[in-house]
Structures are given as C-alpha cells and as structure tokens.
Ligand binder design. Sequence first.
Ligand code: ADP
Ligand code: MG
Length: 274
Amino acid sequence: MTQDGLLAVDDVSKRYRQGTLALDGVTLRVPAGRTVGLVGESGSGKSTLARLALGLITPDTGTVRFDGHNPHRLRGRAGRRARGRLQLVPQQPRGSLNPALRAGEAVAFALRVHGTPRAERPERVAELFRQVGLDPALARRHPHQLSGGQVQRVAIARALATGPELVVCDEPTSALDATVQARVLDLLGELQERLGLAYLFISHDLAVVRHLAHHVVVLRQGRVVEENTTSGLWRAPRHPYTRALLAADGGGSPEPAPPAPAGHPAPVGEPSAP
Ligand code: ADP
Ligand code: MG
C-alpha cells in the first residue's frame, strides 16, 4: 500500500499479566515486498511483536495495522481470506506441525481453511512442495521422517498456501545447523523475488538478518534503539548498543559472518529485565 507500509506498528506497548513490560512504545513499518529485520537479544520483545503483528494478541496502547486493518479483527469466515494474507514461519517448525498428519496433509489443511476446493488441493500441495524445493513425494511422510530443514520447508509451504503478502519469520532458522540455515535463507530470498512477499524477519543473529533484510530495527528491552538501512547499520551504526551487538557478532567484516553456532550471542550491555 502507501508509505504507511503494509504493516504499520505505532507506539505499541505491551505488558504481560505477570508484570513484564515486553514492548514500550515501539513503532515500525514493513513496506510491501520488502524485508525488515528485527534484531535484539533474547527477551527483548521480538516474539511479542510477532504475535502483535499477527493479531494473536492486542497491544495495551498504540495500534497495529495490516493494510489499514487491525489484524486481530480479521475473524470469522469473511476474515479468513484476509487472514491468509498474513502468515507465520515459526521458530520451532517441528513443534508447529501435528505429528499425526503427513506433511502434505498439513499443507492441505491450510488450503482447506483458506477455502481452496478439495479437488484442487492435491495439485496445489505438489506445487507448493516444488516451490519450497521439496520433492512432492515427501508429502506422504510424517514430520518425524523429515530432516529439520525439510520440516522448515514444509512450514514455509504451509505459510504460502494462503497466498500471503506478509510473512512473519520468527527466528526461522535458529533451530537449524549452519549449512541448512543458509539454504533456507536463500529460499526465503528467492520466494520474495518470485512472489513479492514482505517479511518481518526476526532474529537474534545479525549475520542472518544482514543476509535478507533491507531495513533493520534494533530492539533492546522492548524499545527500538536504532532503525537503519541494512548497509547503513553495518557501515555506520548509530547507537552504541548496535555497535556492541556488531562487535559481539564479529561485525564490520565485508561479508556476512558465518552463522553463529546454536544458542544465544554473547550477552551485551546490561542483562535484560527478568
Ligand atoms: P524475544 O522473542 O526477543 O526473546 P519475547 O517477546 O518472547 O522476547 O519476550 C519479551 C519479554 O516478555 C521477556 O521478558 C519474556 O520473559 C516476557 N514474556 C514473553 N511472553 C510472555 C508471556 N506469555 N507471559 C509473560 N511474560 C512473557
Ligand atoms: Mg522470541
């Protein structure tokens, strides 16, 4: 849509019942067809922002708009098609798939919810599998019969089933080893080019974000401390916290650093609030 962005988050705060102020006055935009990287340490509020963007939770104050609408209101039959415009690629794809369903059934179920006629579903499932680089024969397998990378591709196929315009990727590769991670990132980049997708791409790993994002938003303890173009952030980070994150990540190198091993980056600055 307009300069307002496909996703517009304005001055959003969110406190959990237990008392944690997870987000404190966050504003960001995701333009159509672009990737905004959201980086920050564990506990900085990234997944909370993902849930708000998807309309799964509501802000205490501030507004979230997807193409001008409150994503939380996209309910019922009429909302179904609209809801499909907004999808999630989760951090733990294996946990997000029903172990009792074959991979193809999981994707077919998303098609059914979206309203794709039954007769069209098998061909569409095969097409989606090919689109994410999977042999359609793998549709017959259960999640435990697939590798981590294959399971994440199934989760991506399922997200694509509804023809989304915005895909929220919440640490989509942090459960994968380095080589598989790089291939999944390449796939996400190709899909963006082919399908014109916008991504809100969340990671604690700066190297991963650098790979895909056009813009980067740095979150610290629920607040945005820096917003920059990806090249600007690496060339001339504005906030000391960003500089510390880059230093901890081995930043400043001309090429993206190899993905860090599993786990969290070294702690930077103060520990995050409990
Ligand atoms: P991140 O994804 O960056 O690790 P989260 O958004 O998951 O951060 O969490 C931000 C803060 O909110 C953390 O302090 C976390 O403990 C807290 N939090 C997250 N989810 C809940 C919840 N459902 N109930 C209470 N506190 C939560
Ligand atoms: Mg998270």
